[in-house]
Write a protein that binds this ligand. Structure first.
Ligand SMILES: NC(=O)c1ccc[n+]([C@@H]2O[C@H](COP(=O)([O-])OP(=O)(O)OC[C@H]3O[C@@H](n4cnc5c(N)ncnc54)[C@H](OP(=O)(O)O)[C@@H]3O)[C@@H](O)[C@H]2O)c1
Length: 341
């Protein structure tokens, strides 16, 4: 008999996520998948800042994770038992697996997708071709819409979404792509590997002026992952007709007790005929297949460089989520639980 280890939500965090918020439980893994379902062995789990929001007992675009429920997460795993005609045993799938070593999933309900055989690494299904890559793709192509000659700013540029967003802006013809990131190593990676023209330190108190020096004619497209004072500094530098993509606001910690941060320079949206627009990627769910194909092509062509930051062991899952808010990750934060064979 194989045993499944899982992390269930034991108590809601009041500030940052702690290990004590989750409880380790075990249960037997079924030998055979129930009718129409799959038993999947988790190989990699992905982490997104939104997961912190799902732990708050507040209404949002998706229901909160319930106390006693396995922590919700997307992952890639290998089918060990299939009672569904479209998925063979041994095949790799992307699905809502949760923080557990084995998951019983229903292709009709758990967003199960076959991992394309020609993907150079299955991890790409969680990064460039996963939720964060899709977010970068739709945020940039549908809302930011850089055109040739534009100057583009991407905040949290060494992260999973930001690094892809900046490289897409370049592929669309942006003349100058600037990022922000928290450490010298990250800024070097953003410039030297992801090919941004410049990358600034968001901890610099003079970031507003540093942005002005980096983009003296103003910023045409801001792809913002951070919010707060960094968004304000970007707003101050927005060009006439600029577009500000509100992708996320990680500086809030997605914690309900944090005081709200006001924007001082919002009135420049009026005088510069600029606009801000937010989005949730699932708005574009009908177009995921084509977008994944394009993202995969860019990776294959070498136009899109992706970094994976991989932890190991289920017990490290809460730390994986914390790392996003502490700036511990470079590129897509993953947790590997098993090697596919
Ligand atoms: N709209 C949507 O549908 C959607 C979907 C997915 C993700 N998102 C959003 O996209 C953003 C990026 O998500 P991701 O999964 O790609 O994470 P990520 O960028 O890989 O990781 C988060 C990064 O944010 C930076 N950060 C954390 N706290 C910060 C702070 N107080 N000030 C400035 N930077 C801070 C850290 O980098 P540094 O070391 O550089 O500080 C950290 O590495 C998040 O805001 C997320 O909520 C939105």
């Amino acid at each position: 008999m194989t045993t499944n280890r899982m992390l269930v939500l034991a108590e809601r965090p009041t500030a940052e996520v702690t290990d004590a918020c989750f409880e380790l439980r075990t249960e037997p893994v079924p030998d055979t998948a129930p009718a129409g379902q799959l038993v999947v062995r988790t190989c990699w789990l992905g982490f997104e800042p939104a997961m912190r929001g799902w732990l708050n007992d507040l209404p949002s675009y998706t229901p909160p994770v319930a106390i006693g429920e396995v922590m919700r997460a997307w992952g890639v795993g290998q089918v060990v038992s299939s009672s569904h005609p479209e998925f063979d045993e041994g095949s790799l799938v992307h699905a809502r697996l949760g923080w557990q070593e084995y998951a019983v999933v229903d292709p009709a309900a758990d967003e199960v997708l076959a991992v394309p055989a020609d993907l150079t690494s299955p991890m790409l299904m969680l990064s460039a071709c996963g939720l964060t890559g899709l977010t970068a793709y739709f945020g940039m192509t549908r809302i930011g819409r850089p055109i040739e000659g534009d100057t583009v700013l991407v905040t949290a540029a060494a992260g999973a979404t930001g690094s892809v967003a900046g490289q897409i802006a370049r592929a669309l013809g942006a003349r100058r792509v600037i990022g922000t990131a928290g450490t010298p190593e990250k800024r070097a990676w953003v410039r030297d590997v992801a090919g941004f023209d410049d990358c600034l330190d968001h901890y610099d108190d003079g970031i507003r002026r540093a942005l002005r020096r980096a983009a003296p004619d103003g910023i045409d497209v801001v792809f913002d992952n951070v919010g707060g004072s960094l968004l304000d500094a970007a707003l101050f530098n927005v060009a006439n007709g600029g577009r500000i993509v509100l992708c996320g606001s990680i500086s809030t910690g997605y914690r309900p007790e944090r005081p709200e941060v006001g924007l001082h320079y919002y009135q420049l949206l009026t005088s510069r005929s600029a606009r801000m627009e937010g989005f949730i990627v699932s708005k574009f769910a009908d177009e995921y297949t084509d977008a994944r194909r394009q993202l995969q092509q860019w990776v294959t062509d070498g136009q899109l460089r992706v970094e994976h930051d991989v932890l190991h062991d289920l017990a490290a899952a809460p730390a994986g989520l914390r790392r996003l808010f502490e700036g511990g990750n470079q590129g897509k934060q993953l947790l590997q639980l098993a090697e596919p064979h």
